[in-house]
Ligand binder design. Structure first.
Ligand SMILES: Cc1cc2nc3c(=O)[nH]c(=O)nc-3n(C[C@H](O)[C@H](O)[C@H](O)COP(=O)(O)O)c2cc1C
Length: 323
């Protein structure tokens, strides 16, 4: 894989440029084809939770955006069945490689076993990197919200142990994606907990910061709830879009400084994929600047959901002309 910006290296893979379509933009072979042909510098498929018959996602209106500043979603990880991925994941990898891009397998789960199964399938299928999405805040069942894994050290540790075991002798790098915490004391504690914990798991090479901000509520211009699903009480949704960038920036600054400060990292080198509120080239520049050399890539979620993959070309053009 060639690179015209050789300093953007994701887990040892040089990227053509730092901009990519973040988790939630591709679930199927057809989606992978679209991303492989797009400007995205890598192809991320998922999040996926493996299941016998596939996951339909929550009912009703589960995504809303004002197409400018803010989005809400409570999709609940809709995706095809385990059989589908057993049959198609290898082809997804080959397709990404044909376009000289890496295939990133983004997995989620309700428990450590879900993650372990998905890791094994990813390794068998030859994926390049596995994102452990410990930051999904939109999993609901029987009107109850599943706890967010990255907010709890015991859950996170159990998932990372299962992931490391499932990797066995494979060196497939793990990228840990987390959900933000809003209360500043809790946020600081959570960041340090996550950082200290991953030092015990050499398979973790990366952080993806951040997933959507949990449990927000909005109304549209006609006064209807932005999220309206019989599966989710209160119209709650994870918030994305431009409004989330300052919190994403906090995470990037804080984790970059934890990485720089920690001497134990001599044999454990981390990089960061930044995400949250990227709508233009300047946002990419800001995240790279905030990361002080530790950010290797910058993800775009809401803007791709609103405008499709062509938005990535516009962002890249602005980024290239401003850097
Ligand atoms: C509709 C939608 C679905 C998403 N689904 C996933 C997902 O399945 N897995 C994941 O890791 N992140 C998912 N995300 C989170 C995004 O990848 C990103 O981390 C977050 O939205 C912040 O970026 P943004 O402000 O550009 O949207 C989703 C976001 C949106 C808006």
């Amino acid at each position: 894989m060639t690179s015209s910006f050789p300093h953007y290296v994701y887990c040892g893979f040089p990227l053509e440029h730092p901009i990519f379509a973040s988790g939630g933009c591709a679930q199927t072979l057809e989606d992978v084809r679209v991303l492989a042909r797009s400007t995205s510098s890598m192809v991320e498929v998922g999040s996926v939770i493996l299941s016998k018959s596939g996951r339909p996602g929550n009912a009703g209106q589960t995504y809303w955006s004002d197409q400018r500043t803010i989005s809400f979603n409570v999709r609940n990880i809709p995706c095809p069945s385990e059989d589908y991925y057993r049959q198609n994941l290898h082809e997804m990898v080959e397709m990404a490689h044909r376009f000289r891009k890496i295939l990133v397998w983004n997995i989620a789960g309700q428990n450590p076993v879900d993650f372990a199964c998905a890791v094994r399938l990813g390794v068998q299928s030859g994926v390049d990197v596995i994102v452990v999405n410990a930051g999904c805040t939109n999993l609901w069942s029987d009107h109850k919200q599943k706890p967010t894994i990255s907010h709890n050290s015991i859950s996170l540790s159990a998932v990372l142990m299962a992931v490391q075991d499932a990797l066995s002798s494979s060196r497939t790098p793990i990228d840990l994606k987390i959900s933000p915490v809003e209360n500043i004391q809790q946020r600081e504690k959570n960041a340090q907990m996550i950082f200290n914990l991953v030092l015990r798991f050499p398979c973790v090479k990366l952080f993806t910061l951040i997933n959507t901000i949990p449990n927000k509520v909005g109304f549209d211009e006609r006064g209807f709830p932005c999220i309206n699903s019989s599966d989710v009480p209160g119209g709650f949704g994870g918030m994305g879009g431009a409004i989330t960038k300052p919190l994403g920036m906090w995470y990037v600054v804080r984790f970059a400084s934890l990485i720089s400060q920690n001497s134990a990292l001599a044999q454990h080198v981390f990089t960061i994929r930044a995400c949250g509120g990227v709508t233009c080239g300047k946002d990419v520049v800001d995240y790279l600047r905030a990361g002080r050399g530790h950010v290797c890539a910058v993800g775009v979620g809401t803007t791709v959901h609103d405008y499709g993959v062509r938005a990535l070309s516009d962002i890249l053009e602005e980024f290239t002309s401003s850097s």
